[in-house]
Design a protein around this ligand. Structure first.
Ligand code: ZN
Length: 353
């Protein structure tokens, strides 16, 4: 293929209030109800709270719906799901719930002819709009390429009722895009790595969008949540266009993945990413205080203590982060941080005291 760059985008995004009630009507624009088998992947909590609403909407439009319930997002569960979907001849796999259900459905449909539809019930990270999935059971805790969603349906009303910690984490994931883009530019300059200005601008736009609307988002009312959802869409599309998670994931994500490995009780992905980003922005020489102020406004943890991890775990994660994904060049370089440097960075940014 040489220099040819091929990317796939979702066909439709539907954002607003009451979207869940319209799922059936949206589906008939894409699939024939009498010829389409739909498999909905969800967790036990969302099954109890919201599955009937989704099934009713699809049923009214004549779709035959079956459900696959999963509590965890592991590679083996995704493979089981893929097997069931293949043998059952399903045409559409819907991820319905938090990040786990979306990731399972997205990964399981990767090698199938079936279309994948993302209907998140929380805005916990940009995986709800991206073609990458993060599952437990791979060698390393990084996200892997899965399937681009055909449709992404985002019901701001439903998502505004999700546990606020989950939505805050989604905001944290977006706050990490500034350092991610800075790392990408650095890799381009130092390593001649492919860099796409358009994709990078889209990821940065999502960052700026949540920074300038922090207060409105922090009401966690549907209008505020909608702003966050737009940012998550922008970040997901940036990854589709780049053909990798590069525009959305740099040293702050490496730090979060490292913390997942070393912490006894890791926090949520987006919480860790935001905390990592203030330290990485400090190394980049950027205005990390501005990001920390936004984190405080929306109630994201800004210290190890608030995150629920120890100071030592933060330092361990900082010093091993560069090893998580050596091909992803970042400000951490090839050798990473020394213990002393890590300690200084974490202290200056107020992450440890
Ligand atoms: Zn992320």
């Amino acid at each position: 293929m040489g220099d040819v760059h091929h990317f796939t985008l979702p066909r439709d995004f539907i954002i607003g209030n009451g979207v869940l009630k319209q799922v059936g009507r949206v589906f008939v624009n894409y699939w024939r109800p009498d010829k389409t088998k739909v498999l909905v992947v969800t967790g036990p909590r969302i099954y109890r709270l919201l599955f009937d609403n989704l099934a009713e909407s699809l049923g009214k439009s004549g779709f035959n719906v079956e459900v696959y319930k999963a509590e965890k997002a592991t590679v083996s569960i995704a493979e089981d799901l893929e097997d069931i979907a293949r043998r059952g001849g399903f045409d559409v796999i819907v991820g319905f719930g938090g990040g786990k259900s979306i990731d399972l459905a997205k990964y399981a449909s990767k090698n199938l002819q079936a279309d994948f539809v993302s209907i998140p019930t929380a805005a916990s990270h940009d995986g709800i709009t991206s073609p990458f999935a993060s599952l437990k059971g791979f060698n390393k805790p990084i996200s892997v390429r899965a399937k681009v969603p055909t449709l992404i349906l985002l019901d701001a009303e439903i998502i505004s009722k999700a546990p606020s910690r989950l939505n805050r984490a989604g905001m944290g994931d977006i706050l990490g895009k500034w350092s991610a883009v800075l790392d990408w530019r650095l890799a381009h300059k130092l390593r001649n790595e492919y860099y796409g200005e358009y994709a990078a601008s889209l990821a940065l736009l999502s960052f700026k969008h949540v920074v300038s609307n922090g207060r409105e988002i922090a009401t966690w009312r549907p209008d505020g949540v909608r702003i966050l959802l737009e940012a998550l869409v922008s970040s997901g599309v940036a990854m589709c266009i780049a053909g990798s998670s590069r525009p959305a994931s740099g040293s702050e994500h490496l730090f979060s993945h490292a913390l997942d490995m070393v912490a006894k009780r890791p926090a949520l992905h987006g919480e860790q990413v935001a905390l990592g980003s203030i330290m990485m922005l400090y190394i980049h020489g950027k205005n990390w205080r501005r990001v920390r102020t936004v984190m405080k406004t929306v109630g994201l943890p800004t210290t190890a203590h608030e995150l629920g991890v120890s100071d030592v775990e933060i330092l361990e994660a900082l010093t091993i982060a560069h090893k998580i994904r050596p091909e992803r060049y970042t400000i951490l370089g090839e050798k990473g941080l020394t213990w002393e440097a890590a300690e200084k960075i974490a202290r200056v940014t107020g992450v440890i005291s």
